[in-house]
Design a protein around this ligand. Structure first.
Ligand code: NDP
Length: 291
């Protein structure tokens, strides 16, 4: 029996249509939501991501501005730019496209973004807020995964979820969001001994490793929900996920394809977070970190 496909393109379309109504309302109130994107260097993948984000903003009615810096820019210049954006009333969300050049201190950049404009949810305050069940912004990729599960009415409470990968961007926030919803969560890493022993016991398996097709059919419980976050480019130029899709879809209950799965959801949730930030600004809600 083939798994039910969780179609990220279709869910993203529905979510964007709903949030466009909220963006329209803000535009009518004279507060068009605004996103600023900072990009440093000329990493081709980053340039594509930024172009796609700007295009998605335009489509939904979000004002956007891109601040591009050369690879050898001084960190202080970027910090000055972030400071100006923190104070700009036109900008409600600020995103710094990762990865940063080697001479940058990632943490310094991430924590210089105003908490209420940190639409990626990477600021330490926002990470702490998420972990303690007080999320300000949900990081976009795991937020997208949660939205996919919810749109398919897939129960989370009481389920055993295995998250493979522990990055700050995907694996860790994913695990905490699922924990918050009452799942029993196991996190696996490259150091995990006998990975299959864990994955085979997952009711829901979320994979974010960046290792092409590493999850094979033998590693999946029949009927499990399989969410493939990975995006890998094969030598023939084609994209594939971290899951062996063709084999696993014959035994899983649900599965996300690559492309067309989690990818379209990530940008969609960035749009949602930007609109949410603008709504809060319009309502006069400020987030302040106290020392
Ligand atoms: P990272 O490289 O930051 O993290 C990968 C994680 O996978 C690490 O924690 C690593 O463990 C773990 N890992 C690697 N190999 C194995 C293995 N053999 N067994 C178990 N765990 C393993 O990647 P990201 O989290 O940023 O991204 C993961 C994938 O998701 C990539 O393909 C990326 O392109 C994609 N991605 C997709 C997005 C989307 O919108 N669909 C958004 C963001 C990312 P350890 O910590 O021990 O090294």
């Amino acid at each position: 029996m083939n798994a039910q496909i969780i179609n990220g393109i279709e869910i993203a379309r529905l979510v964007r249509a709903e949030w466009k109504l909220r963006a329209d309302r803000l535009i009518q109130l004279g507060v068009p939501p605004g996103l600023a994107v900072i990009i440093i260097g000329d990493n081709p993948a980053s340039s594509i991501y930024v172009r796609n984000k700007v295009k998605a903003c335009t489509e939904i009615g979000i004002y956007s501005e891109v601040h591009s810096f050369p690879e050898d820019v001084e960190q202080s210049e970027v910090l000055d730019c972030i400071q100006e954006l923190n104070e700009s009333s036109r900008v409600h969300g600020i995103l710094v496209q990762l990865p940063l050049p080697a001479h940058f201190e990632n943490n310094r950049i991430i924590t210089s973004i105003a908490i209420e404009k940190d639409v990626d949810g990477f600021h330490f305050f926002n990470v702490g807020a998420l972990v303690t069940g007080n999320a300000v912004f949900l990081p976009c990729t795991p937020y997208g995964v949660m939205t996919m599960l919810m749109r398919h009415h897939i129960p989370i409470e009481g389920q055993h979820v295995v998250v493979v990968g522990r990055s700050n961007i995907v694996g860790k926030p994913m695990a905490f969001m699922l924990l918050e919803q009452g799942a029993t969560v196991t996190i696996c890493t490259s150091k995990t001994r006998d990975l299959a022993q864990f994955t085979k016991n997952a009711d829901i398996l979320v994979v974010a490793t960046g290792k092409a097709r590493m999850i094979t059919a033998e590693m999946v419980k029949p009927g499990a929900v399989v969410i493939d976050v990975g995006i890998n480019r094969l030598t023939n130029g084609k994209l594939c996920g971290d899951v062996d899709y063709e084999a696993v879809k014959t035994i899983a209950g649900y599965i996300t394809p690559v492309p067309g799965g989690v990818g379209p959801m990530t940008i969609t949730m960035l749009l949602c977070n930007t609109i949410l930030a603008a709504e809060r600004a319009q309502a006069g809600i400020r987030m302040v970190a106290t020392n």
